[in-house]
Write a protein that binds this ligand. Structure first.
Ligand code: AR6
Length: 175
């Protein structure tokens, strides 16, 4: 565990659908109507109630975030955000940064204290994990600089390789 200005940051290898926090973040697409990867797992295990709320929301622009309840999942809420499809251009970074920052902002607006993120955009959207981790941690630390209501931020990495990349980068930041 790392601590930055009273916020605890954890790097965890696991399945985000099994994590019990106030809100887990979903790496969704612009339709919010489900898909594969972490999005597919969240909808499948969380049940229809999530999709019903997503339909009413009616979509989400890249870099923004929307909230629903979490259905059958152990967490209370799902924050659905949309990362960029990686193109290797400057705006990739900005959209990914916004996805993390706006997810935290929405959590705080709902007075949520504990949040868990998957590695947004690094699966189907092909953002290289070594680049994505820098943006994810930068957005998180800048969010904490600007606001102080979130107590715990967890990064849940599904593969050992992604976990190792995160661990190594975060160690280097906090050493
Ligand atoms: N828990 C934690 N992380 C997971 C899980 C899980 N259960 N399952 C996969 N991951 P992706 P994206 C990791 O493709 O790149 C969907 O179809 C996975 O190993 O889920 O943002 C959406 O509908 C990877 O590191 O999301 C969109 O169309 C990371 O989650 C599109 O994919 C993100 O991979 C979004 O693509």
């Amino acid at each position: 565990m790392y601590t930055y200005k009273n916020t605890n940051i954890n790097i965890i290898k696991g399945d985000i659908t099994e994590i019990k926090v106030d809100a887990i973040v979903n790496a969704a697409n612009n339709t919010l109507l489900g898909g594969g990867g972490v999005d597919g797992a969240i909808h499948e295990k969380g049940g229809e109630v999530i999709l019903e709320q997503c339909k009413k929301i009616g979509g989400c622009p890249t870099g923004e975030a929307r909230i629903t309840t979490a259905g059958n999942l152990p967490s209370k809420y799902i924050i659905h955000t949309v990362g960029p499809i990686y193109k290797g251009i400057d705006s990739d970074k900005e959209f990914l940064y916004n996805a993390y920052y706006n997810s935290l902002k929405l959590a705080e607006q709902y007075n949520l204290k504990t949040v868990a993120f998957p590695s947004i955009s690094t699966g189907a959207y092909r953002y290289p994990i070594e680049e994505a981790v820098v943006v994810a941690i930068n957005a998180t630390l800048e969010y904490i600089d600007d606001n102080n209501g979130i107590e715990e931020i967890n990064f849940i990495l599904h593969s050992s390789r992604d976990y190792d990349v995160y661990k190594q980068y975060v160690e280097s930041i906090f050493k």
